[in-house]
Design a protein around this ligand. Sequence first.
Ligand SMILES: *Cc1c(COP(=O)(O)O)cnc(C)c1O
Length: 464
Amino acid sequence: MKYISTRGGITPISFEDTVMMGLATDGGLLLPQTIPVIPFETLQKWSRLGYADLAFEVIRLFATDIPTETLQKLIDTSYASFDTDEVTPLVELNGLHILELFHGPTLAFKDIALQFLGNLFAYILEKRGGRLNILGATSGDTGSAAIYGVKGKKNIHIFILHPHKRVSPIQAMQMTTVPDANVFNIAIEGTFDDCQAIVKTIFNDLEFKERHHLGAVNSINWARVMAQVVYYIYACLRLKGTPLNPVHFSVPTGNFGDIFAGYVAKRMLNGLIGRLILATNENDILARFLTEGRYKKARQVVPTISPSMDIQIASNFERYLYYLMNESGELVKDAMTLFEQQGEIKFNEKQMETARGDMSALAVNQKLTTQTIKDFYHKSGYILDPHTAVGVAAAMAHRKALAGPIVCLATAHPAKFAEAVRAATGVEPPRPSSLNGIEQKPQRLTVMPCSMAEVKAFVEKHAL
Ligand SMILES: *Cc1c(COP(=O)(O)O)cnc(C)c1O
């Protein structure tokens, strides 16, 4: 399998090069040249597989340049760190199916992709004799999942910026209590946007970037999307989706990475996956795309109780745009240029018909999110985290209109967002054993003023 850019500006490259490149050199996002459609007989065989074996079958279709035994080992190692062999258990509650994606080491769905990506990076670097200094900014979940993905790995250092005292205490401790010497936590006296701006400016210094082999781990990396395709297929096969009784998915959405993985799975399963429900919080650029037929930048980000979905621009949306624009790199490039200049992309009727066939959307406000956590707890005793609750609320709104089971992706463990849970239910969410004693562990972090120069000097000093 070879990979191309959504903007059509690169000659096709291998899977390994795709992983190492991250963002395409022409500014676009990387995609496989074709999305394989899985024959019915193969799916019947797949339906008997456990999670890790299914992941191997799916990922080998895309990662064709990695020897199969190596790939099997990378995948088995990645999912052995989860607290259940099922990896992503499916729970039926109140007429909905909850797909629990939070059984990894940092209790959010990002572990599913980042555990694998960490092992993949280590393998490729070892083979090629390279080194990598990962630099990123986090508002909470991505940073800890990335740190856990690469901690202790050879040839990799990781530098994660977070806004000092502005991530939840659990989220901060998940990052700062990691003892491995290749992990560097930088707490910036500023906001998440300040952290992101610093990282962006450093990446724009191409000489510095190349000299230090800087790399990113955000969701624009194709390997992250690819690893997430697996659980859509897993849930669809568990629930025995058929073209007459397809399985629908409700996806709490921020950067569009997770739901785009659902779109890839939908194409691969040709009819077995029905509707993708795109659930957002008040930051609703994507919901407005479906309701208004245009993709228009919001003025600013609204902070909510589902902070991992507080985004202004959804970086993975460009991948969907590529298919919506008949796989024309030219059209995508023009649309993205226009978006950068005018902050808006308009769509024609035919494009919107296609998009509305793939997805429906709902923006769920914080009041309804809190109410959903409360109702769900009172009806079933099950505690939703606020991100999952956004998706559950959207699923409830669609339930009457859709035949077939609806799977709600549970993207975080409620213990990560205990404050919102307490406010909604009056009870403390159960605490998973991985958090036991975390308050007593020594913390390692460097607090810094909001200064690009200081961060750069720090990276310079500690880079591999
Ligand atoms: C990152 C995140 C999301 C949003 O996922 P995207 O792929 O960015 O759409 C939703 N919920 C939680 C808990 C997250 O950490």
